[in-house]
Design a protein around this ligand. Structure first.
Ligand SMILES: C[S@@+](CC[C@H](N)C(=O)[O-])C[C@H]1O[C@@H](n2cnc3c(N)ncnc32)[C@H](O)[C@@H]1O
Length: 263
């Protein structure tokens, strides 16, 4: 797995691949903190763009990880494929989907060279992935290529601001009291501003149709005590996530999600 041009550690997704669905895994917070924010938003976007019945909608999840989003899209009724640079993650996602009786076609592959023909999918999701790819603009071009005309690109990623440095880099990776992610899970200079993403989408005939930010669903003052208890193992990740889950807000300084339509 190449990490050239950056010191980002994408090896984590091989090393921790067997833990995606383990509640004690640091990866599991994507399921408990981030899914409640993004899944209802994407469902509204899909139902608005296509129709209430999503059973004819073909969707590709790029950087599908353990399948947290791919499974949510499959439960909405979409016909889902997932692709991930980490072969071990793709295999773990496949095993979990099968054990949940969900039909999802997973394979290993790079977002920058998607192993699919032009205009293959009605929708493509790429969530919490672009900021892990050194040449992410190439992934946007590939996503546009495999989308059908009129198709939807669903995304979420992390903004490059002072606040995202404090929250994501210092808070989750560096400060001994609060860190819970391995070093270099994220690299600040690889974060992407909404303006940069919009420009890359425009260059590939993807027109921004919706964008929103995030805030904590719970009281921010209760976050630190809950985080410390979760790190000590005295509360579950679910109890922690009640305080720490994201919800939609205008503030895009840390992370943001949205969708674009291919012309
Ligand atoms: C933070 S996880 C997000 C997983 C999933 N999208 C989610 O939100 O639950 C990032 C994923 O992107 C994958 N990834 C990193 N670089 C990639 C690339 N160039 N092409 C495809 N997948 C990539 C990693 O292997 C990992 O599974």
């Amino acid at each position: 797995m190449s990490t050239s041009r950056s010191s980002i550690n994408n090896q984590i997704y091989n090393d921790l691949a067997s833990t995606w669905w383990d509640e004690a895994s640091p990866l599991y917070v994507l399921h408990t903190m981030v899914n409640p924010w993004r899944v209802p938003y994407f469902e509204d976007a899909l139902r608005g763009a296509f129709r209430e019945d999503l059973s004819t909608v073909s969707l590709l999840d790029v950087g599908s990880g353990g399948g947290y989003l791919a499974e949510a899209f499959a439960r909405m009724g979409c016909r889902v494929n997932g692709v991930d640079l980490s072969e071990r993650s793709a295999r773990a996602a496949d095993t979990h989907a099968k054990s949940s009786s969900l039909k999802i076609g997973y394979q290993a592959g790079a977002g920058t060279a998607l192993p699919y023909a032009d205009a293959s999918f009605d929708a493509v999701a790429c969530c919490d992935v672009l900021e892990h790819i050194p040449d992410w603009e190439k992934a946007v071009a590939e996503i546009a290529r495999v989308l059908k005309p009129g198709g939807l690109f669903l995304f979420d990623t992390i903004n490059r601001t002072l606040l995202s440095y404090i929250v994501i880099i210092i808070g989750t990776q560096q400060f001994p009291l609060t860190r819970f992610l391995p070093p270099d899970t994220h690299v600040w200079r690889m974060f992407i501003t909404p303006g940069e993403l919009t420009k890359a989408m425009q260059a590939n005939h993807l027109t921004l149709a919706g964008l929103t930010g995030s805030k904590l669903a719970g009281n921010p003052l209760r976050l630190l005590p809950a985080l410390l208890k979760w790190k000590k193992g005295s509360i579950s990740v679910h109890a922690f996530s009640k305080k720490a889950a994201f919800t939609r807000a205008d503030d895009t300084r840390v992370n943001y999600l949205g969708y674009a339509r291919k012309q």
